[in-house]
Design a protein around this ligand. Structure first.
Ligand SMILES: [Fe+2]
Length: 343
């Protein structure tokens, strides 16, 4: 897939030289917010989506921001538990809310979820979600728990990211890497490092600095968990899409009788043809924002989807199994034509 040129952040030359010398001379000196942001902000490089964005029948029902715990599996994904936290920002450093952040990558052995056959790749760790998504709130913050990406021939270690900014109908793709030497699981130095990787090596020094991340041990952990911080900087200005119906998209869940004596929660929303709906509920991990929830279109039928494209205008009922700890759910929508999979 052809690589597209990264979007620049422009600052007049003489001012740029002045600020640079300021930054170099006094690292601890804090400049007013917007000046500091303009000085240090590097647009995230737009790179290939690659061939392994999961097909719709590969994506698990449980597509939340925790890729280590897949559904109700009793076993966690294999690998070093890795946290990525960050923010989605516009080119002036302002946080972007309602940005959809998608993450996918290879499992501990280098296998992706992606499969041209039916369902997910059977070689991929059965306990690894392989794909997760997050919808940012007003702070633009996101967080993922996953595992250290495994290595596969021809590439160095990397995470894939797709970020869809409000107003855009396609995701912007980028990748992050590890600011370290890559070793295979057998301990041998891997043939492809950041320096000869076909995606990372062509990037500018500033871009490499922004996406080759330093992972540090999580304080107090005994299992080798690591974490890094990374901000996605968009070259686009978000435009909140208008929705035909008034009111925000926080929906209460009406308790109803589910299958086998269980309780389900019915959400009723005004729907429009070709709009795609997803549901987020209960915060995960340190109370950070919302978790994507699978749902059903029927009160007692199986929980069989994680998104739904409405076929007609009218009242739409969606049923979730998870109770809303905060008493309400967030229903997000994608405008007609917005990506719901491979663009
Ligand atoms: Fe990849």
């Amino acid at each position: 897939m052809k690589e597209s040129k990264p979007l620049p952040v422009y600052i007049p030359v003489n001012r740029r030289r002045f600020f640079k010398s300021m930054a170099a001379a006094s690292a601890g000196f804090t400049l007013p917010g917007f000046l500091a942001e303009a000085l240090t902000l590097t647009a995230s490089p737009v790179v290939t989506q690659g061939p392994y964005y999961p097909l719709s029948d590969d994506i698990p029902l449980d597509k939340d921001n925790d890729l280590v715990q897949l559904g109700d599996n009793l076993t966690a994904a294999t690998g070093i538990v890795t946290y990525i936290t960050g923010r989605v920002l516009d080119s002036s450093g302002n946080p972007i809310r309602n940005a959809l952040v998608e993450c996918w990558h290879a499992d501990n052995e280098g296998d992706y979820l992606y499969s041209t056959g039916t369902g997910r790749n059977s070689a991929c760790d059965a306990n690894f979600a392989g794909f997760g998504q997050f919808l940012t709130g007003s702070t633009g913050a996101f967080r993922f728990r996953t595992i250290k990406a495994g290595l596969y021939t021809g590439r160095t270690r990397h995470f894939h990211w797709g970020v869809t900014i409000p107003g855009k109908t396609t995701r912007t793709c980028t990748q992050t890497g590890w600011n370290e030497v890559a070793y295979g699981n057998n301990g041998a130095v891997w043939a492809t490092q950041n320096s000869n990787d076909n995606v990372f090596s062509p990037l500018s020094a500033a871009q490499k600095a922004s996406i080759l991340l330093d992972f540090t041990p999580v304080a107090g952990t005994t299992t080798g968990e690591v974490a890094a911080n990374w901000d996605f900087v968009s070259g686009y200005t978000p435009v909140e899409p208008t929705y035909p119906a008034p009111g925000g998209f926080l929906a209460q869940g009406e308790p109803v009788a589910g299958p086998n004596g269980t309780v389900r929660y019915k959400l009723t929303i005004p729907a429009y043809a070709n709009y795609c709906y997803e549901i987020y509920g209960n915060p995960t991990m340190a109370d950070l924002e919302w978790k994507a929830l699978p749902f059903s279109l029927s009160q007692t039928g199986s929980i069989d989807r994680h998104k739904h494209v409405a076929t007609a205008e009218g009242s739409l009922s969606l049923y979730v199994a998870a109770a809303a700890e905060k008493g309400f759910y967030k229903v997000s929508f994608r405008v007609p034509g917005a990506n719901t999979g491979m663009p």
